[in-house]
Design a protein around this ligand. Structure first.
Ligand SMILES: *Cc1c(COP(=O)(O)O)cnc(C)c1O
Length: 224
């Protein structure tokens, strides 16, 4: 199947047509991104800074680049000038570094806080208690060059759909709970980034506003 057919097929299954599709292009060549771009896609997700920067240099400037993976603090500076949204902010230290680099290039960078919703130990992210500490602390108010526009989560890698949906529901409920609170001025929780190739419909059932889909668009990844 072609990228065109894949995109059609995915869009036709969307429960919520307003949910934003982030085309996860990691490991795929710029030609594939250009092909999707020519079909109207403008949001692309990458998880390695170097790869992201190289692709951004040669591809159209109106692409909205999403950093979706675990981000090392020493790499933030390479993408501060152009990154559209950082999905996986998993520590206050990282948020501070993004703020610092954003200030240097006179930008405000949009971020999503990654919340640990999966059973697996290995997944990055805040738990609810850590998130509340961040919200109620002093430091967050100093970070005027970042804007937290939502939450991001990754469900457990399992066939058990009930469990996956429950994890997504938990993230939705957490967002709704936070929205009821008196949030710092650099918070505007609109987005819920959840759902990938294997679970994006379950995520949309739980009000995901952004799905990050790679394999179903571009095919299997070859990591060699
Ligand atoms: C690779 C990746 C995706 C896309 O995964 P697919 O299963 O190929 O759709 C989504 N989110 C993150 C954080 C990823 O690293």
């Amino acid at each position: 199947m072609s990228i065109k057919e894949n995109l059609h097929k995915i869009k036709n299954t969307f429960i919520n047509p307003n949910c934003k599709l982030i085309a996860v292009s990691k490991t795929h060549p710029s030609e594939s991104i250009q092909e999707a771009y020519d079909l109207g896609v403008r949001d692309f997700g990458e998880n390695k800074v170097q790869e992201l920067v190289e692709k951004a240099e040669k591809l159209p400037k109106d692409i909205r680049w999403h950093m979706i993976g675990h981000l090392q603090r020493n790499k933030v500076k390479y993408m501060a000038e152009f990154i559209y949204l950082v999905h996986g902010v998993d520590s206050l230290k990282l948020l501070k570094e993004i703020n610092k680099q954003a200030a240097k290039v006179s930008r405000t960078i949009n971020c999503l806080l990654q919340v640990h919703i999966a059973e697996e130990e290995s997944k990055f992210g805040f738990d609810e208690k850590e998130l509340l500490e961040l919200l109620q602390g002093e430091t967050i108010h100093e970070l005027q060059n970042v804007k937290v526009i939502g939450l991001m989560g990754m469900a457990t890698f399992t066939e058990n759909e009930e469990q996956v949906e429950k994890e997504f529901e938990g993230l939705k409920n957490l967002k709704n709970k936070l929205q009821q609170m008196d949030l710092p001025e650099n918070f505007d929780l609109q987005e819920l980034s959840m759902g990938m190739t294997g679970d994006y419909l379950l995520a949309q059932k739980q009000d995901s506003t952004m799905v990050r889909i790679g394999t179903a668009i571009f095919g299997e990844r070859d990591y060699n």
